[in-house]
Design a protein around this ligand. Structure first.
Ligand code: GLN
Length: 274
């Protein structure tokens, strides 16, 4: 942290912020609206007092644990820049596996529903990758939907949105007409101490936990899916690394077939489909 009123260059602020260099650089680029190459070429440029004050304030918030994505207002997901706010979960690299699995199961001109869309990371990414698809995305939170809509608009993604819990706000499709239903629901057990730690402390609890044992959202979504999915349609979830078996059991209880769990790059079970 550098005191105001002493001349500070870009380079010296980076070296003394107390943050990992990459994070310090991203804050610097954000506040000054400059590129990485500008910093390299003009490292001796002086910071104004107001730039320094803004940087120090963001630096303090980061040192207190606020996620970088909330300070910057964006996070990259599947190669695209997604706006985020405290109203939405920060998109995770794990969720990119779920997107890959959806892309592999969505037929041409298929219909996709994304339940609990949050920032819209899943629905908007699929819409960008597959402009032929009919995509509908829902969230219970009005604030989250505003973020998802902004992302769809900036990324020119054709997604229809509805506000409501899971199927509550569903558009009126013919029964059994949806090809793929996807969800990354709140799946953390309400007793899990991680909810009080790290980035999770700052994220919307509603997006993280079902206030129960972490499995109730899967159950509700699975129970409802049969009314909407085509007989050969797919339901795909992201879940906790230790929830694969529980999710597979619920899917088979509701007579889903071809149930399988996919591991992420770390070898952990994170996606189950049927
Ligand atoms: N669908 C969003 C995501 O995958 C939000 C998920 C959530 O809030 N649980 O990032």
């Amino acid at each position: 942290m550098t005191k105001p009123n002493t001349p500070v260059t870009l380079e010296s602020w980076l070296n003394n912020s107390g943050l990992p260099r990459l994070e310090a650089r991203m804050l610097l680029q954000h506040v000054l609206v400059i590129s990485h190459s500008h910093i390299i070429a003009h490292g001796t440029q002086l910071l104004s007092n107001s730039e320094l004050a803004s940087l120090n304030q963001l630096c303090q918030r980061r040192l207190a644990g606020e996620p970088l994505a909330y300070l910057l207002g964006w996070r990259e997901f599947y190669g695209r820049c997604f706006q985020v706010s405290e109203a939405v979960l920060i998109p995770r690299p794990e969720t990119e596996h779920l997107v890959d699995a959806v892309l592999a199961h969505l037929p041409a001109q298929g219909t996709l529903w994304d339940l609990g869309t949050g920032s819209g990371a899943i629905a908007v990414t699929i819409a960008c990758e597959r402009p032929d698809a009919q995509i509908w995305a829902a969230d219970i939170s009005e604030e989250a939907l505003a973020v998802a809509q902004a992302n769809a608009s900036v990324l020119q993604a054709q997604v229809r949105f509805g506000q409501g819990s899971w199927y509550q706000a569903q558009p009126q499709p013919a029964p059994h007409s949806v090809d793929v239903i996807v969800s990354n629901p709140p799946y953390i057990d309400a007793q899990d101490p991680h909810l009080q730690q790290g980035d999770l402390r700052f994220e919307p609890q509603q997006a993280l936990t079902d206030n129960h044992n972490g499995l109730s959202a899967f159950k509700t979504i699975i129970a409802g899916a049969k009314d909407f999915l085509r007989p050969d349609g797919w339901l795909l979830f992201e879940h906790g690394y230790d929830q694969g078996e529980a999710v597979r059991n619920m899917l088979s209880q509701y007579k889903f077939r071809k149930i399988q769990t996919l591991a992420d790059l770390a070898g952990l079970d994170r996606v189950t489909l049927g």
